[in-house]
Ligand binder design. Structure first.
Ligand SMILES: Cc1ncc(COP(=O)(O)O)c(C=O)c1O
Length: 502
């Protein structure tokens, strides 16, 4: 390299303080100590001196030999530090002219960096997307994993871990190369066939495997549906009260949630028509409304399907826990009634097996498959393969059906115990469908369910306030009590604590 370095050191800030003259030029006074390797200390000293303006662009630095001699250390750490500073563009060398601070570092940049280095760090008001702002404006989900009455938690200690681990090992030990490679955005075809068979039989869903997309839980499914179907500010009917996770899924996608009240027959379609007839989608939990528990009546189902057909709307059916019904016949899915194929059906293994599995599925109308698949490819490519293979065997070999049967008995007992304990407390009105893994206890009008929930949390109880499920002013305060993952002993002890709080 040809060029030159400035040898005039009078421009140095306080040269007397940082440098002393030696036979070959100015030698910095570098205090080397501590356990940090010598080359790192040297590198750090030069880098700071350049950034803070104590060494200027074009200024000569001592030779490695001179610096090593002056510091009374071996030349190797000095060479290593200089190499690094060269590589990062802080130093440059010219044949016959020695080594200098790179002239190409703009002085203005250095001044700014040096001013910034002296200032205490400034708090930056981060600008986030409008979707995130919308989610942050919603009340946060008070997650209390493990606490008694936690909603949506199954009986984790009853899961057949031995069977599950042997199925995982079966597929992990000698995987086919294609199972280790990139996969289909819709999921593994064998698993999708298994899901399609199960849904046709157990839920009266009309589908084949080409319509099934394997997702990471139904929350992910809602997100993919929102991304694929909705534009910013598109209106979506939301059940009021409704599932807060759905509020968040649609808020982050930029949609405008339109609260539509539910009554004893489920979503009030007439009210939806009055509030936003041209909504793009309706989010519903027809088999077991979340959180109130009623079933969407046959008349309302027909009204909803007719709205979707007339207004080019889509129904997003969240069938999150319909495996657990303790009386009467299973409720068929709305999807199976839709002659126009206007329903996106979402299901999950979180409630039946365990939530950390993060496996669920969407059933997609045929006209939307290509669009949903492209959206999925853009979001996260495809679902992890190993759990799909193991889960397909879990279902095909009968372990799934057996586990559901056992859990149904267990949850029935827990539900009965909770209802009787609540009855003893008095003061609350129980709203309980004979289904699912939770029930709602309505509190006297005027009670503050959020304050009660906070006090309960301090006592180790996870009781969700009903008002958290509302986008508008709640009609009635209440508490949502999960019983699936709370055993008899904790139900009894927890109810005693809750009674004292109330
Ligand atoms: C009504 C409803 N939908 C969806 C979900 C999300 O479940 P997943 O774990 O499959 O995302 C939940 C979880 O609590 C739920 O209660």
């Amino acid at each position: 390299m040809t060029g030159f370095c400035h040898s005039d050191m009078t421009t140095l800030d306080g040269p007397g303080r940082t440098m002393k003259r030696s036979g070959t030029g100015l030698i910095p006074l570098i205090a080397l100590d501590g356990p940090t390797p010598l080359y790192r200390q040297l590198y750090g000293w030069f880098q700071h001196a350049i950034v803070e303006g104590r060494l200027r662009p074009g200024q000569r630095v001592p030779s490695t030999r001179a610096l090593a001699r002056e510091l009374k250390i071996s030349r190797i750490p000095v060479l290593t530090a200089y190499q690094q500073l060269h590589a990062e563009g802080y130093l440059e060398s010219f044949t016959g002219a020695g080594t200098c601070v790179a002239a190409s570092i703009p002085e203005e940049a250095l001044k700014t960096a040096s001013r910034a280095a002296r200032r205490p760090p400034r708090k930056i008001a981060a600008r986030l997307s409008s979707g995130v702002d919308a989610v942050l404006a919603l009340p946060p989900d008070p997650k209390q994993p493990g606490a008694a009455f936690r909603v949506s938690l199954p009986a984790l200690d009853h899961f057949p871990n031995d069977i599950w681990s042997s199925l995982l090992t079966r597929h992990a030990r000698h995987p086919a190369p294609r199972h280790l490679a990139y996969g289909d955005p819709m999921g593994d075809i064998g698993f999708r066939e298994t899901i399609a068979d199960y849904l046709s039989m157990a839920r009266a869903v009309r589908c084949d495997a080409s319509q099934i997309m394997v997702v990471a839980g139904s929350q992910h499914g809602l997100q993919i549906a929102a991304r694929a179907l909705l534009n910013k500010d598109d209106a979506v009917w939301m059940e009021e009260p409704g599932y807060p996770g759905a509020h968040r899924a649609f808020a982050i996608a930029g949609a405008r949630a339109v609260p539509v009240p539910v009554d004893a027959d489920g979503l009030d379609v007439e009210a939806g028509l009055a509030r936003a007839p041209h909504a793009r989608a309706a989010y519903v939990t027809p088999s077991h409304q979340y959180p109130m528990g009623m079933t969407l009546s046959a008349a309302r189902r027909m009204q909803l399907l007719s709205w979707a057909a007339r207004h080019d709307g889509w129904i997003i059916e969240d069938d999150y826990d319909s495996e657990y019904r303790y009386a009467g016949h299973p409720i068929a899915a709305v999807q199976g009634l839709s002659a126009e194929d206007r329903v996106i059906y979402a299901g999950t293994f979180s409630k039946v097996l365990f939530p950390a599995l993060r496996v669920g599925y969407l059933v997609i109308p045929k006209s939307l498959i290509a669009g949903f698949s492209a959206a999925r490819d853009a979001i996260d490519l495809f679902p992890a393969t190993l759990f799909q293979l193991a889960l397909a065997d879990f279902v095909r070999e009968g372990h799934f059906a057996r586990h559901v049967r056992r859990m149904r008995m267990l949850y029935m007992e827990r539900r009965a115990l909770l209802i009787s304990a609540l009855g003893e407390i008095g003061q609350v009105e129980i709203v309980s469908a004979e289904a699912g893994m939770h029930l709602v206890a309505l509190l006297p009008r005027g009670a503050d369910d959020r304050a009660i929930s906070e006090r309960a949390a301090a006592a180790g109880l996870s009781v969700q306030p009903l008002s958290l499920c509302c986008l508008e002013k709640p009609k009635r305060p209440g508490l949502i009590l999960g019983y699936g993952g709370t055993d008899a002993r904790r139900i009894t002890a927890g109810m005693r604590r809750l009674s004292a709080l109330l």
